[in-house]
Write a protein that binds this ligand. Structure first.
Ligand SMILES: *[C@@H]1O[C@H](CO)[C@@H](O)[C@H](O)[C@H]1NC(C)=O
Ligand SMILES: *[C@@H]1O[C@H](CO)[C@@H](O)[C@H](O)[C@H]1NC(C)=O
Ligand SMILES: *[C@@H]1O[C@H](CO)[C@@H](O)[C@H](O)[C@H]1NC(C)=O
Length: 259
């Protein structure tokens, strides 16, 4: 009986050894200054890393993806579905971790390149990055949150912007509103996590926030690219070409302000 158990044990051990030594892909833990931050869940409609480098690449490797992200100045990089590469500065939407990183890289069968809706993600040189979930900044200096508005079919509600354009990758609510204030505006808006708009609004005139078309509050849920804990508008509805914007006015405009 004991000998039988021993034999089974050795057979299992041998099987395990074979599995390990077979060419099953493994996670690249480090590359240059990049370190693995594990397998992160992703979503095709709400990308955790917003900057797309490659889809359906026949020669994707962890190294080539991270080299592209480093060249672009990004803090995060990730490979997905065996042949996709993304970069970003924030892990957006707070999708959490995934257990589905099991696909080999199209360009190197010994490396793991994520899986379906799963990113093998990497952080550059321990640089801090933010993660969601995002919520609205309600008050900032003399500004107060007005709501989530819809710009039907691409009509731009607030047509102006800061004097010095803010790089998309640096967008936060504060940067946008400071930019609007410096340019002399009393209304500001953020869109798609990355765009900043400004205007001068007048009570009972046009443009007037009371006439802005309100969208459902959940239509604005896009994290800001430079701070994933803040909402910067909504994603663009590509079918209707509707844009959802998170809007702000100053306390001067609305004396019932929270501030
Ligand atoms: C990967 O493939 C693409 C398209 O076939 C090609 O343009 C690129 O040079 C290749 N990259 C490497 C590192 O081989
Ligand atoms: C493939 O990946 C393995 C593990 O990261 C690495 O050791 C090897 O050099 C890579 N092969 C090529 C051709 O890049
Ligand atoms: C991100 O935004 C939150 C909420 O507005 C703020 O408390 C935090 O300091 C910001 N983080 C960075 C790195 O700016």
């Amino acid at each position: 009986m004991f000998a039988y158990q021993l034999a089974v044990f050795f057979q299992l051990a041998l099987l395990l050894l074979c599995l390990v030594s077979a060419d099953s892909p493994t996670t690249v833990l480090e590359y240059k200054e990049w370190k693995s931050i594990g397998c992160q869940r992703d979503s095709t409609s709400e990308r955790a890393l917003h900057h797309l480098v490659a889809l359906s690449s026949p020669n994707m490797t962890v190294e080539s993806c991270l080299d592209s992200c480093e060249a672009g100045g990004y803090v995060l990089g990730g490979v997905e579905f065996g042949d996709e590469c993304y970069c970003g500065n924030a892990l957006l939407y707070d999708h959490g971790i995934s257990g589905d990183c099991f696909q080999a890289c199209s360009g190197n069968a010994s490396e793991l390149c994520g899986g379906p809706d799963a990113l093998n993600a990497y952080q550059f040189a321990d640089t801090p990055f933010t993660t969601g979930p995002a919520s609205n900044v309600l008050v900032y200096k003399q500004w107060r949150w007005w709501g989530c508005q819809v710009e039907a079919d691409g009509f731009i509600l607030l047509p102006h912007g800061p004097l010095v354009p803010i790089p998309l990758e640096e967008m936060t609510v504060e940067r946008c509103l400071d930019g609007c204030e410096a340019a002399g505006y009393n209304a500001g808006a953020l869109e798609n996590g990355q765009n900043c708009y400004c205007d001068l609004v007048v009570p009972n005139g046009t443009p007037n926030p009371d006439f802005w078309e309100s969208a459902g509050i959940f239509a604005c849920a896009a994290p800001c690219l430079a701070n994933a804990t803040e909402i910067c508008g909504g994603a663009i509805d590509k079918v209707l070409n509707d844009h959802q914007i998170t809007t702000y006015v100053t306390c001067d405009f609305d004396s019932e302000a929270l501030c």
